[in-house]
Write a protein that binds this ligand. Structure first.
Ligand code: ZN
Length: 188
C-alpha cells in the first residue's frame, strides 16, 4: 500500500501581515512511498535545508533515495529546493524532467497515484491524488492554503477556475494536504 506522510507542515504569514512585517512562508512538504518510487512533493523554501534532510533521515532516507520530486505549481515557495535532489526526476505541469530531457507524464502515474490539473491559484497547478489505506489523499498545493482557507485567494489568477478545482478536489478527496498547513479530513 502507498504511504503518504507530511514531512514539514507548511505555514504562511501572508494572511496576517501588518504593513511593517516581512512575509515568511514555507510550503507543506510531503513524502509519498509507492513501491520503488520515493517521491518528495514541493520541497519548497525552508529556513534551512537541514530541516528537510533531518526529516528524511528519520524515515531512513538519504537525498539520492528520492527518485522523484513532484511540484504542485510553479510559485518559487514550492519549488526552489528542487535542486537539493540532483538524481531525482522532477514532475511539474509542463513535463517530467530527467536531467535536461522534458518527457510527458501519464495522468495515471502508478495504479495508486493520479495526477489531476487543478488550475485557478495558478494556471499550472496540479493535484496529486493518492490512494491509501485511509482513502484518497489529495496533495493539492495552493488550491487550499490551509484547512478550507482562504475563502477568497488573493493570489489566484483565475478565480472561476479555482472554484471549479476546489469543488473537484473536495468531491474526490477523503483527506487534503494543503499548500501551507497540516493534512485534514474532508467533511462529506
Ligand atoms: Zn504557496
Amino acid at each position: 500500500m502507498v504511504e503518504v506522510k507530511v514531512l514539514i507542515k507548511g505555514y504562511t504569514s501572508a494572511d496576517s501581515l501588518k504593513s511593517s512585517d516581512i512575509e515568511t512562508t514555507c510550503p507543506t512538504i510531503t513524502l509519498i512511498k509507492d513501491g520503488s518510487n520515493i517521491i518528495v512533493v514541493d520541497p519548497g523554501v525552508l529556513e534551512s535545508q537541514d530541516l528537510l534532510l533531518n526529516k528524511l533521515a528519520e524515515e531512513g532516507l538519504k537525498i539520492n533515495d528520492v527518485n522523484y520530486v513532484f511540484l504542485t505549481h510553479s510559485h518559487p515557495d514550492h519549488h526552489m529546493n528542487a535542486g537539493m535532489f540532483p538524481k531525482a526526476k522532477k514532475l511539474e505541469f509542463y513535463g517530467l524532467w530527467d536531467g535536461n530531457r522534458c518527457l510527458e507524464w501519464d495522468q495515471n502515474f502508478t495504479d495508486d497515484i493520479e495526477i489531476i490539473k487543478t488550475p485557478g491559484h495558478s494556471s499550472d497547478s496540479l493535484t496529486f491524488l493518492v490512494k491509501t489505506d485511509l482513502g484518497n489523499v489529495a496533495i493539492c498545493g495552493d488550491v487550499f492554503w490551509k484547512e478550507n482557507y482562504p475563502e477568497d485567494d488573493p493570489y489566484a489568477n483565475e478565480k472561476d477556475k479555482l472554484a471549479e478545482s476546489r469543488k473537484k478536489v473536495l468531491e474526490i478527496a477523503d483527506y487534503i494536504i494543503p499548500g501551507h498547513g497540516d493534512i485534514y479530513k474532508v467533511n462529506k
